[in-house]
Design a protein around this ligand. Sequence first.
Ligand SMILES: Nc1ncnc2c1ncn2[C@@H]1O[C@H](COP(=O)(O)OP(=O)(O)OP(=O)(O)O)[C@@H](O)[C@H]1O
Ligand SMILES: [Mg+2]
Length: 405
Amino acid sequence: MATRILVVDDDPVSLKLVTTILKQANYETLTATSGAEVLSRLDELRPDLVISDVEMPGMNGYELTRQLRQHPLTAQLPIMILTAHDNVQEKIRGFEAGADEYMIKPFDPSELQARVRVLLRRTMVTPPSEAQKISGKVIAVFSLRGGVGTSTVAANVAVGLAQLWNCRVGLIDLSLTTGQSALLLNLPLRKTWADLARVSVNDIDADLIEKVCLNHSSGVFVLAAPSRPEHAELITNDKVARVIETLKEHHHYLVLDLPHDFSATTLAGLDHADEILLLLAPELASVHAAACALDVFDTLKYPRNIIRLVLNWTFERRGLARREIEEALQRPIDVVLPFVSDTFVMAINRGIPPILESPPTPLGALFEDWAYILSKPEHQKQPPAQPSPMYQRVAARLAQRQAKR
Ligand SMILES: Nc1ncnc2c1ncn2[C@@H]1O[C@H](COP(=O)(O)OP(=O)(O)OP(=O)(O)O)[C@@H](O)[C@H]1O
Ligand SMILES: [Mg+2]
């Protein structure tokens, strides 16, 4: 059955434009011209997703969203607000009302289609039952020096894994006092680690964690850092361990966005890692921090083969050469991220990680390929039954590279 998208707008031109774009992507469209009409026809409409304008006579789009969230038929429905209001306050109002996505008019047709696709994907990903427990792979992203791209890499890798395998991926922000994972994905801080602060370790179970995670339309579940640093103190290392061990049973991948220290909570994260991405920028202090981190990893007896070095050009010029860094650290660098200032600034302002940029950019491709490399062997061995566009791009590049060899 085709996916049914309900478009709500009092302006006939806008209604026509949006429905035409959606039909081009093979969605079935339904229309309504007011919030009251939607609510009176809910039983009959049964949409899979709602796209609503804001300014409409009678009930505005925010009020409609609020009402839909209170109705059992539509409480979990993906809702996108589509509006000409382009300021942050309006956006926050939309999210507070319960919208999952906020898009500004005018927009590019392909962007609307892409956002609808990722928003729908979220509802397709259903939690595994007791019998389907999995053993998730834990990927820790770490650096002893701040500002080297730890959170950026963690968010993009998490989104990449969710999109490649259409599976549940958890992104756990362990930068408990300053974390910004939710911000990078444009998720309002409705729920955070702070909601687990006063719960005893033994009471933390899969259901509770699920309730305090934010859902991103890519299929990533984010456990966000508290919005107030003082709440961080109540998150202890045993809670961190409990959350990771519980989430591992329900997510194919967990990505940890770690702070720049060896605190007890950081160590609880690192101890669970199947793979550690150690980030550094091409400057002396950063190389020194990486050397210290590697020393500590050795002391902690982490196997060397789980550590991958990621050199991130967070500045434009005059950095240390790759070879010099490799000699200093006595280890090869696994991946190099180029300096791409504008892309990241835009990504943060729009809350869209570069890996979801449409059309895909070279940086997006790099993250996509990296997510593939970090995937479990069981995933890499067998193409997904319904390959996502991202998987198809990665597979095509892989085939191209193999043909060249
Ligand atoms: N390759 C790059 N080119 C340009 N800018 C980059 C690059 N990588 C990261 N940045 C920018 O550097 C800043 C720091 O990135 P990010 O927040 O991901 O790092 P972090 O290590 O998590 O920092 P924090 O110390 O805040 O935890 C951000 O503004 C990001 O956009
Ligand atoms: Mg960070």
